[in-house]
Ligand binder design. Sequence first.
Ligand SMILES: NC(=O)c1ccc[n+]([C@@H]2O[C@H](COP(=O)([O-])OP(=O)(O)OC[C@H]3O[C@@H](n4cnc5c(N)ncnc54)[C@H](OP(=O)(O)O)[C@@H]3O)[C@@H](O)[C@H]2O)c1
Length: 348
Amino acid sequence: MTRTAIVAGASGLVGRCIVNELRKASGWNIIGLGRRMLTAEGVRWIAVDLADAADCQRALGNVNDVTHVFYAGRHDHPEGVPESVEINTAMLVNLINTLEPVAPLQHVHVVHGSKYYGHQLGPVQVPMVEHQSRAPNRNFYFNQEDFLIERTRQATWSYSTSRPHAFCDPAIDHPRSIGLVIAVYAAIQRELGLPLDFPASETGFHALTQFTDLALLGRSAVWMANEPRCANQAFNVVNGDWLRWSELWPDFAATFGMAVGTPQNIKLEHWIRDKGPVWQAVVKKHKLRTTDVQQLALWPYGDYQLSPQWDVMSSMEKARKLGFNDAVDSYQMFRRQFDHYRSEKIIP
Ligand SMILES: NC(=O)c1ccc[n+]([C@@H]2O[C@H](COP(=O)([O-])OP(=O)(O)OC[C@H]3O[C@@H](n4cnc5c(N)ncnc54)[C@H](OP(=O)(O)O)[C@@H]3O)[C@@H](O)[C@H]2O)c1
C-alpha cells in the first residue's frame, strides 16, 4: 500500500533526514514543504508559507492524498532569541486545518525537543522522562502539543512527538552544528600552534550532556508513524550515551593530531572575530574550499552547546520498551562528521 507523506520543513536539518528515511523505506510518496521552491530526488516540492492560512489553502487545498504528516518546520529566529510561540503554532494549525478536510490523514508526527523539560532554564530532574512536567516558560512545543491533543479527541488520525537534544549531522551547509564549530575551532588552534583547549568553562567541561544523531531521529520519526502503540504519545530521542565534553575532548584531540588543552572560559562568539586571516591561511595552505569563517559555523550556538551548567540526560526507556532499540555511539558519530568535513575539503 502506497502512503503519501508531507514533510513540512523538508529543507531543514531534520526535515532532510526524515525525507532520506522515507526514501529508503519503500511505499512512500513524498511531498516536501518550505517557503523556498527547491528540488530533491524523489520529492514533489510545494512552496508554501505555512504561517499564512490563505497561502496554505492556495498551495495545499487540493492535495487530497496525504496520509502522514512529518512536521519539522520552525520559523526563523536569531540565535539566543526565543522562537515565536504564535507563528510556530499557527504554522502547524494552518497545515492541519488545510489538510484535514481533504486528505485521509492517519498520523501526524511533530518534532519537538528536550527544551520541553526546561533544562536550559535550570537544573531539572534527570534522566528526563516523557511524563515529567513541562518547563515553566512559554514554548511553542506546548501550544502545538495542546492543539494535537485537542484535535485528535475527535479525529480519525493520531499524533506523536519526538524530543531530541542537540542535533548532530555531517551537513556542511547548516552552520547550527556543534561538529562544525569544534572542527573549525580545532583547525585554527592547530594552525596557531596551540593545544585543543576547551573553549568554555570548567563546569561545562564536566557536566553530562547528550546528542541526537539526525539519521537516528529520522528513523525514530518513521518508527513512531508506523507503530500503533506510539499513537498520541511523546518520545525522547537521543543517541543513548550520556557524555561529558571532558570525556570526548581527548578523542577529538587525537583525531586532529593535537595535544589536549584545558578549559579556557572564553566565548567563541568573541574569539572568532579576529580569526579571518588565520582561517584564510589554513584554507590556502591545505587547498580547502573557500569559506567565510564567521558564517561557516554558528559560533554563539557553539558557546551554548559547550556550556551545559548541570547534567542533562534524557531517558530512552519509553521508546526502548516499545521496540525502538536504535542507538548511536557519539564518539563514532563525531569522528564520522569530522571525516566528512575533511572529504568535503572544509577542514584539513
Ligand atoms: N537544532 C537543534 O539542535 C534542535 C534540537 C532539538 C530540537 N530541535 C527542534 O527541531 C525542529 C526543527 O528544527 P531544525 O533545526 O531542523 O530547523 P531548521 O533547520 O531551521 O529548518 C526549518 C524548516 O522550516 C521551514 N520553514 C520555516 N518557516 C516556514 C514557513 N513560514 N513556511 C514553510 N516552511 C517554513 C524552512 O524552510 P524555508 O526556509 O524554505 O521556509 C526549513 O525547511 C524545531 O522544532 C526545533 O525546535 C532542534
